[in-house]
Design a protein around this ligand. Structure first.
Ligand SMILES: [Zn+2]
Length: 167
């Protein structure tokens, strides 16, 4: 006799701040300072919920940061609407890197908590075209000047699709 199937119990996903993650405690958030204009940095594009920055630590060809414009520390703090907006911006960044630099690979990574190598306590994605030898540079890299990252932005910007309206 066939047993009645038992429906799996799907746990309800509760978005909440983590009590476990060891989040870097920067006295002043560098990303918020870039977004407010308090510190110079290259902004490739921005709408009211997400921004694409050109990092001064280029670990790929080219290497961008996609961040929510609101300060959320980790992925566990990110509201669903902002999660969608960030992913749409990430897709736009991937398209533009592909068109502007024609790399054979594009890497995307995102770190939460100090043991995961999160350096700035403001949620962010990294996205980078791969190096000639493959992968991205995980070691020490030279810090570019803002005028150098502005040049990278100039090369990418013509290819960047307009960021969709925030959800
Ligand atoms: Zn911040």
């Amino acid at each position: 006799m066939r047993q009645a199937s038992i429906l799996p119990v799907v746990p309800k996903i509760i978005m909440t701040n983590s009590e476990n993650l060891a989040v870097p405690q920067n006295s002043k958030c560098a990303f918020c300072a870039f977004l407010s204009g308090d510190r110079p940095y290259t902004t490739l594009a921005r709408n009211d919920s997400v921004a694409i920055l050109v990092t001064r630590e280029q670990r790929g060809i080219a290497h961008l940061l996609v961040i929510p414009t609101h300060h959320y520390e980790t992925i566990l703090d990110l509201p669903d609407a902002d999660a969608c907006n960030v992913m749409l911006a990430l897709k736009a960044a991937a398209y533009a890197i592909d068109k502007a630099y024609g790399r054979q690979g594009i890497s995307v990574w995102q770190n939460n908590g100090l043991p995961a190598n999160q350096a700035i306590g403001h949620f962010h994605f990294h996205i980078a075209g791969t190096l000639d030898e493959g992968g991205t540079n995980e070691g020490k890299v030279r810090e570019l000047s803002v005028s150098e990252t502005d040049e990278i932005a100039d090369r990418i910007r013509p290819w960047l699709p307009a960021l969709p309206q925030s959800l």
